[in-house]
Design a binder for this molecule. Structure first.
Ligand SMILES: *Cc1c(COP(=O)(O)O)cnc(C)c1O
Length: 564
């Protein structure tokens, strides 16, 4: 089953989460969607990769919203046997002094021209394991730090061992975020100097050799966002055949910092947008952090209507999305508008199916959908309800929101309840809906069917953001705070609009948002010369979708990180 993948060397791409398809809930949000898009591009471009993640049988969680607008979290079990093939190989890792066995499922990502990428989903739910260990690969980002450390042992150490057991030859390892950094520890072990060659006082491990084989992508500009484990916990859980002194040296003296470990074991390190790389360089003095700005998979994120349009007007676009630069001149205004209204009609149906609300095709839809957490400030639009209503009286619009909060993020969950309160207050004045259980399907509908894609993060916390790129593929302009990718993507009034400037604060951003909506964005939408609005839609495609796509990102990783 694997022969066609094991006969020549490949890049191993490790990610705690990966969004393969809507039916497989092994992702929480942007990080997992990015991982999925990365592998989809690798399949299209027929690059030699293999992705490693956890099977997460209980998924992240399924979100329900109760009568009071509170998030309810339900397990989201899926059946790997319906989508993936079980592999025979099994490997073991040592956790708390006992062996934990790991098997895997093979999922195949198929590219357009027949390229295929194997994805290995690691699974500890095996008869050999105790009931407790069988659940180690059930809950994505679930449990306490002990559970998390065990998962990271399964992913990093188990993943490397499983690749070897399956006969893969790996020429480069890519850690997508620090969760998989223990793969470097396993490689240190594998390439340790033979004991008989050691001399007193010399290192056991060939660190330069391991570094040469590894790349690391960091995804958060916040110190607190990096995984850390107490050494007391590490001592108790971790395999004691590893040299803990060396690990301390590489991962930090106070606690095992996965970002620190990944930085020290990777020759190539990058952030996910230019400004994020700048921040990371300040946060990690002594390391060189490059920038590879994220991208999204063009075909995956284009609505059916835009796929058809591009297929006829810009043939070859899905292999070379650079060609979308031609959208400006090669597609008529009418064709763009028709494709958009078709995507919008589909979204309006989706909204009706999910909420029973009837949205109007002829009134602009303003959308905010992403992880619900404090720094994203999903409540900014509702800062001044009177002003919001005044704007809507002059220029009617409709609002769509969606997003999950991590179960332990109390602030994020409170925001969801608050948003439901605002939606109730606006009933009869501004149609406002909250679509429960944000997932790939909802994202696909809402990024394509909206008229304006809103993003209001508190600078500089948005490392990149990718949903605005998905919108751009469908000609949907962003109205966003200048953070993450939007610093690179925003050409004011051309590809979309900035909220405020590079100096932002809570109070001034909200005013800037209202001003821009009232004075620029909505008047343009309602302008009697429709070509003005459509021009912005076209520029979103030609200037942003042509660049912020995962084909460009994948090619850059290949050249600048993997085959440097
Ligand atoms: C793209 C996507 C995200 C990330 O959205 P951002 O606005 O970049 O934070 C999260 N969840 C889903 C389901 C997505 O498709």
């Amino acid at each position: 089953m694997l022969e066609k993948f094991t006969h020549s060397p490949r890049v191993a791409y490790f990610s705690m989460e990966i969004a393969l398809r809507n039916e497989i809930p092994t992702y929480a949000g942007g990080l997992g969607v990015l991982a999925g898009d990365m592998v989809r591009s690798a399949a299209d471009l027929m690059l030699p990769m293999v992705a490693i993640s956890l099977v997460s049988r209980a998924g992240y969680f399924r979100q329900k919203i109760d009568e009071q607008g509170h998030q309810v979290e339900l397990p989201d079990f899926w059946q790997p046997e319906l989508w993936a093939k079980p592999l025979d190989a099994k490997v073991a890792v040592t956790i708390e002094g006992r062996l934990v066995w790991i098997g895997a499922w093979l999922y195949l990502v198929e590219g357009l021209s027949g390229g295929k990428q194997p994805v290995l989903l690691l699974d500890t739910d095996l008869n050999e394991n105790s009931p407790e260990d069988r659940e180690l690969t059930h809950y994505l980002y679930g449990g306490d730090s002990t559970y998390r450390l065990k998962q990271e042992i399964v992913l990093g150490i188990g993943g490397v061992r499983l690749l070897q057991a399956l006969g893969f030859t790996i020429f480069h390892y890519h850690m997508n975020e620090g969760h998989s950094a223990l793969l470097g520890v396993e490689l240190l072990h594998r390439y340790a100097y033979p004991l008989e060659e050691l001399r007193a006082g010399e290192p056991h491990y060939d660190i330069p050799r391991v570094r040469e084989m590894c790349s690391f992508t960091t995804h958060t500009p916040v110190e607190a966002g990096h995984d850390r484990f107490d050494y007391a916990l590490v001592n108790r859980v971790f395999d004691n055949t590893f040299d803990l002194l060396t690990i301390r040296h590489l991962a930090g003296e106070d606690s095992l910092n996965m970002t620190c470990l990944a930085l020290n074991l990777s020759e190539y390190v990058n952030g996910v947008a230019k400004s994020h790389a700048d921040i990371s360089n300040k946060m990690f003095p002594g390391y060189q952090v490059h920038a590879i700005t994220n991208g999204v998979h063009p075909l995956t994120w284009a609505a059916d209507s835009f796929r058809e349009l591009y297929n006829t007007r810009i043939p070859g676009w899905h292999h070379e999305p650079e060609l979308l630069i031609r959208a400006e001149c090669c597609i008529s205004d009418e064709a763009i508008w028709q494709a958009h209204q078709q995507a919008k009609t589909a979204l309006i149906e989706q909204i009706f199916d999910l909420t029973g609300a009837r949205f109007d095709l002829n009134i602009p839809i303003l959308s905010f959908a992403r992880r619900m957490t404090a720094y994203k400030r999903p409540d900014m639009l509702f800062t001044d309800m009177e002003r919001l209503k005044r704007i809507a009286r002059q220029y009617p619009f409709q609002i769509v929101m969606s997003g999950k909060a991590h179960p332990s993020d109390e602030g994020g969950k409170a925001l969801i309840a608050e948003l439901h309160g605002y939606a109730n207050q606006l009933a009869g004045i501004i149609p406002t809906v909250y679509l429960p259980n944000y997932n790939l399907d909802i994202a696909h509908g809402v990024v394509a069917g909206s008229d304006v894609w809103l993003n209001t993060p508190l600078r500089p916390y948005e490392a990149s953001g990718t949903s605005g790129m998905k919108a751009a593929i469908n000609g949907v302009p962003s109205l966003s705070v200048l953070d993450g990718w939007w610093i690179e993507g925003c050409i004011e009034g051309i590809t979309g609009w900035a909220i405020g400037n590079m100096i932002s604060s809570n109070g001034s951003d909200a005013i800037a948002l209202y001003d821009k909506l009232e004075q620029v964005v909505l008047p343009l939408y309602y302008h009697q010369d429709a070509s003005r609005w459509i021009k912005v839609m076209k520029y979103a495609i030609s200037k942003n979708a042509s660049y912020f796509n995962s084909h460009r990102m994948m090619r850059r990783y290949l050249i600048e990180a993997y085959t440097r």
